[in-house]
Design a protein around this ligand. Structure first.
Ligand code: SF4
Length: 331
């Protein structure tokens, strides 16, 4: 049996934004600071971390919605370098946005919103110039996401949040992508419909053969859908492992604190699990601490942690951690 290949390879990706500090001075905000990982074909990689850790910026930089400051993104074996590469990437990799209320144009019908990627993408607009073909494709996409075809002539404001997100997902599927970055796709939805939308993502993955980068701050949501999970902190990746390993035995002190805060339905298990409270605020990426980015909040920080950045290294097969003391703290 042939081994699965990486569909996405991210190598030393950095995304800095220059922030005007006044008096003509600028300082780099290091939103993403040297992250490397692969996403295998057909895999769902969950990307988690507190708000402001750089996970959304990472997703956008991978798709080249932001031009990376440095580093490399390789899609299906091909480095994304030129405008032509980016145009090709747009036909194979799309994004589902967080807020279904602001990401859909209120002046367009659902038919036109879903068809827009076909209308503007040169690889598709000739094939779907024929109105009937275009309509058929939109109705097929609406069917994939569980929307009634009679709704095609309606406007986004006539729908609930869950239905709007389904429109956004149908739009992301229009160009028949291999890879979708899902940026907090259920966090703006009622809890009652989050599960439906998550299940739909899982069904679509099976049906169409998709690969996802699934960004979320809700660890329960990510656990449900992910094969592996990456944890980010202050622009850095601090742990990467299978979803089971991250939940059952997190190795990085920050992952441990995040997992310990996940609500457990069984009161006995909840009582037995000790919550690790993080003290202090997440530092600003404009003034990141020297050494390990987590050292200002880590109960195990040493002088070495305050001086030297830990390497993101494989400490067990398939388990990557950026912590000087990972072995010692988990023996
Ligand atoms: Fe904590 Fe040091 Fe490990 Fe960073 S390197 S997580 S400060 S023990």
């Amino acid at each position: 049996m042939s081994e699965k290949q990486p569909l996405i390879q991210v190598k030393h990706l950095k995304q800095y934004f220059d922030i005007n500090m006044g008096f003509g001075k600028a300082k780099p905000l290091k939103a993403v600071d040297d992250i490397s990982f692969d996403i295998m074909e057909g895999e769902t990689l969950g990307l988690v971390g507190e708000s402001g850790c750089g996970k959304t910026t990472a997703g956008r930089s991978i798709l080249h919605l932001y031009k990376p400051t440095s580093g490399e993104v390789i899609f299906n074996g091909k480095p994304i370098k030129t405008k032509k590469d980016i145009a090709e990437l747009r036909t194979k990799a799309t994004m589902v946005f967080q807020d279904p209320y602001s990401s859909l144009d209120p002046r367009m019908t659902v038919m036109d919103i879903i068809a827009e990627p076909l209308d503007i993408n040169v690889a598709y607009n000739a094939a779907y110039k024929d109105k009937e073909k275009r309509r058929e494709r939109v109705l097929q996409l609406m069917d994939y996401v569980g929307l009634n075809s009679e709704h095609a002539a309606r406007y986004a404001h006539e729908f609930s949040g869950g239905q709007r997100q389904r429109v956004g997902i149908a739009r992301a599927l229009a160009v028949n992508p291999d890879f979708i970055v899902c940026d907090e796709p259920v966090s703006a939805l009622d809890v009652s419909i989050q599960a439906q939308v998550i299940n739909m993502f899982a069904d679509l993955k099976e049906k169409i053969g998709l690969t996802y980068l699934f960004i979320a701050h809700d660890l329960l949501v990510v656990r449900h859908i992910s094969d592996r999970i990456a944890v980010m902190y202050l622009g850095h990746m601090v742990e990467l492992a299978s979803a089971k390993d991250i939940y059952d035995r997190p190795l990085h002190p920050y992952s441990k604190a995040l997992i310990s805060a996940v609500p457990v339905p069984d009161p006995k298990v909840a009582k037995a699990n000790k919550r690790i409270a993080l003290t202090g605020e997440i530092p600003s990426p404009l003034n990141a601490p020297k050494g390990c980015p987590f050292n200002t909040r880590c109960p195990y920080a040493t002088d070495q942690c305050r001086e030297t950045m830990p390497e993101f290294r494989e400490i067990e097969k398939g388990r990557f951690v950026a912590c000087h003391r990972a072995e010692e703290l988990n023996s």
